[in-house]
Design a protein around this ligand. Structure first.
Ligand code: SF4
Length: 487
């Protein structure tokens, strides 16, 4: 019964309307359409985070923001302020935001707040932060992203999707994150008479392999290693994409067992062809596996380094300029300053990237040096040679009861000794909140200040091969240096 509205899945994930408790206070996650927010919205977040929380704002690896340290009793006021700034799901009313606090819950019908929370949860569509501007793009994915977000929020049945169920729409940009597995991915592909979208399930668009950096013992910072050899299943026109996605989502909900929350769970029980056959019943265009796409891969390599520094946009004389706050965290004053910079020198918007960095767009060529200086002054790293751009860390023990170490403080210590080109992820436990991908190196905490070191390989373990156990940060730095020098 596709039109029936099932109860939303219960979830422990933070959302705009569901503030989840952590060791350092509540966490409120703000989903940003296409990673974009206006300067006014950034100011509203900065203000609300200072007023109702600890004034700490995190950039997430899904190009969203989250406010940490929400104070007891202030969740509803925070949610209401964010909804008032237009950061809620479609049609979210202030009364829905009131569902966060027990007292306010009595005032607003529980069903309203549940529905609004479910609409918030499903807003998971990833596009390039340079969509529409990247000179290498085959297709401007922004309108498609907006259409898919409306689809996800508009059909009551999709409230049953997990808050982690996510779509990727790849326009072929150089600045693209391709190593996060998505439940459904679509990628623009040039054909003789235009662009079609190839797609796949539970994976990533296959990328061309770039040469490895032998000195670093891992991929270079372009992160365009081959992430998936499965090719693509089939191709559709851009106008057919919304109908295809709708069909795949309904098919997932038709076929998945109650405990199967992600596409990979469904594919463990049913074949891809069974999913496509089901999807065929929802669309009026042919939908079956196209054998000629079995070895499809993206023609353009992705280049993560383009998130940093200045790069020319598609439109002459305009640039995008990016910077990365240390370990993906901003304070309220810095977010205010970034909003002012976007107004003064850019187009009044900020783009959050899935590398936990910020991109300012439509900067006039003559203003680029001033913007770079301003970002550096605010403490954002704009150059891939800066070690801090090659480190990610989860909240760690100050923010998370599960963490066995203060990962962020340890990452800052490691930054001082990190060898060139080496990328490291520090995780307080195996849940790997900071990384949806397998990093070249992972330090997994085993006790305060002590970590096991893993190196990425092609196996199926979460972090790769364990190369050393029980290392202090200094010992880890020594070993990474040795590994970086050894072929
Ligand atoms: S990875 Fe583990 S320790 Fe780190 S924030 Fe997530 S749950 Fe907490």
């Amino acid at each position: 019964m596709p039109d029936a509205a099932p109860a939303p899945r219960p979830s422990a994930c933070p959302g705009l309307l569901r503030i989840v408790a952590a060791r350092d206070g509540g966490i409120c996650r703000i989903k940003l359409p296409g990673g974009e927010l206006s300067a006014a919205q950034a100011e509203a977040i900065a203000e609300a985070s200072a007023r109702h929380a600890a004034g700490v704002i995190e950039l997430t690896n899904r190009a969203n923001l989250q406010v940490r340290g929400v104070r007891g009793g202030e969740a509803a006021a925070l949610s209401a302020a964010l909804v008032a700034a237009g950061l809620g799901p479609d049609g979210a009313a202030p009364d829905a935001a009131a569902g966060s606090d027990a007292m306010a819950k009595r005032a607003a019908p529980a069903s309203n707040s549940l529905r609004a929370a479910a609409a918030d949860d499903v807003r998971n569509v990833m596009i390039s932060p340079a969509a529409g501007r990247d000179p290498f793009a085959l297709f401007d994915t922004r309108p498609l992203c907006a259409e898919l977000l409306a689809l996800l929020q508009g059909e009551a049945r999709f409230a049953a999707l997990s808050p982690k169920f996510a779509l990727l729409v790849d326009g072929g940009e150089r600045l693209a994150r391709l190593d996060h597995p998505h439940d459904v991915w679509l990628a623009a592909s040039q054909v003789r008479d235009g662009v079609r979208f190839v797609f796949g399930l539970a994976g990533c668009p296959p990328a061309v392999a770039l040469p490895q950096n032998p000195a670093a013992g891992c991929d270079d910072s372009t992160q365009a290693r081959r992430v998936d050899d499965a090719g693509a299943l089939a191709a559709v026109s851009s106008s057919q994409v919304p109908a295809l996605v709708r069909a795949l989502l309904h098919s997932f909900l038709d076929l998945a067992a109650a405990d199967a929350t992600r596409m990979r769970h469904l594919l463990a029980a049913r074949s891809v062809d069974a999913v496509l056959q089901r999807a065929q019943t929802y669309v009026d265009f042919p939908l079956s596996r196209d054998a000629s796409l079995a070895s499809w891969h993206r023609a353009t390599p992705a280049d993560a380094a383009r998130r940093l520094g200045a790069h020319a946009q598609r439109t002459t004389e305009t640039w995008h300029v990016g910077g990365q706050p240390p370990l993906g965290r901003l304070d309220a004053a810095t977010l205010h300053a970034l909003a002012a910079l976007a107004r003064q020198q850019g187009n009044g918007t900020l783009h959050v990237t899935p590398w936990q960095s910020v991109l300012l767009t439509d900067i006039a060529a003559h203003a680029v040096p001033a913007v770079l200086t301003a970002l550096n002054t605010l403490g954002l790293a704009c150059d891939a040679t800066q070690a801090i751009t090659r480190l990610i860390a989860c909240a760690g023990s100050p923010g998370c009861a599960k963490s066995l170490a203060d990962t962020k403080a340890d990452a800052l210590r490691l930054a001082a000794r990190l060898p060139e080109n080496v990328e490291v992820h520090l995780s307080g436990c195996p849940r790997s909140c900071a990384a949806a991908h397998r990093a070249p190196y992972t330090l997994l905490a085993v006790s305060p200040g002590t970590y096991d070191l893993y190196r990425r390989d092609d196996g199926h373990s979460d972090f790769g091969q364990c190369v050393a156990r029980q290392l202090t940060i200094d010992q880890a730095a020594d070993l990474l240096d040795h590994l970086a020098r050894s072929p």
